[in-house]
Design a protein around this ligand. Structure first.
Ligand code: AMP
Ligand code: ZN
Ligand code: FE
Ligand code: FE
Length: 269
């Protein structure tokens, strides 16, 4: 049976598998299709494209952008864009600079609470997007906290003393960019949005689709989003949001889409 996981992360953002390792794992798990959706970067594709070709896996282009909608954090998936697009690369660079400024603020707040971490300590070969999971990891390594959960709950989670939201970047501008380069924009994991009202408002924007199958969502939850998609004439996507060791309870391929859905989204693959 054809199964494609359209939401997963690599070491280019906060996943623990390199692009090559992820393709190997997809093969091992018997997936026929994949889209890598790193946060704010498309760097994984340089290595993943030849690896997928060799493994006989259909690889559609993907990315997951962090955005803001009316003060709430919203993730937008971009699919089926041309991987060599200069516009999308420049957009990712802009996000990297935005994240750097925001990470510095978080590190300053941590230092004030006597938990110094040097910015360089967050860098790793091949890591392009640096975020709070990496800061949490550094906090564990330095003995400031015992677990990732503790780091978020006590210090860097939303509303905690060392949190900083960074400069907000609007959902609408993200949709514009994805459309400008010929890609398709999907609302990621809608059930994680702040409220039903917010989702209704979000879906008045020009999304192409909505992520209906996700990680460990129940069939009832999936049906809810499939109904929304049908009612609003939106395309359907799905994937595990695999991160490797960062979310060890979510295996690659735990959510997936059919061959028909894969080809509806990825017309350039
Ligand atoms: P960032 O994009 O830098 O704001 O980091 C967000 C990422 O941190 C999310 O994609 C999650 O993977 C992770 N994260 C957010 N909140 C928590 C939490 N309470 N516990 C563990 N991980 C979290
Ligand atoms: Zn992540
Ligand atoms: Fe997300
Ligand atoms: Fe994700």
């Amino acid at each position: 049976m054809f199964r494609a996981d359209l939401h997963c992360h690599t070491t280019c953002s906060d996943g623990s598998y390199t692009p090559i390792e992820l393709i190997a794992l997809a093969k091992e798990e018997g997936l026929q299709g994949l889209s890598i959706t790193d946060h704010d970067t498309i760097d994984a594709y340089e290595m993943a494209i030849p690896a997928a070709k060799q493994a006989g896996i259909l690889l559609g282009t993907g990315v997951e952008f962090s955005c803001d909608f009316k003060g709430s954090s919203v993730h937008v998936l971009g699919y089926d864009y041309p991987v060599n697009s200069q516009e999308i690369r420049a957009f990712c660079e802009m996000h990297a600079r935005r994240r750097q400024r925001r990470n510095r603020t978080i590190l300053e707040k941590l230092a004030r609470l006597r938990m110094p971490i040097a910015e360089e300590e967050l860098n790793q070969v091949g890591r392009k997007t640096i975020g709070r999971p990496h800061i949490a990891q550094a906090m564990i390594e330095k003995g400031y906290v015992k677990t990732l959960k503790e780091a978020f709950q006590l210090y860097i989670g939303e509303g905690r003393p060392c949190y900083d939201p960074g400069e907000p970047f609007p959902v609408q501008e993200t949709l514009n960019l994805i459309h400008q380069v010929g890609g398709k924009a999907f609302l990621a994991h809608p059930h994680l949005a702040a409220s039903s009202k917010l989702i209704r408002e979000l879906l008045t924007l020009n999304f192409n689709g909505i992520e209906c199958y996700y990680a460990k969502c129940t069939p009832e939850q999936e049906r809810r989003w499939l109904k929304v998609a049908q009612k609003q004439g939106l395309l359907v996507s799905g994937g595990s949001d695999f991160h490797g060791t960062l979310k060890p309870h979510i295996p690659l391929g735990s959510s997936w889409v059919t061959e028909e859905i894969f080809h509806t989204i990825f017309q350039n693959t």
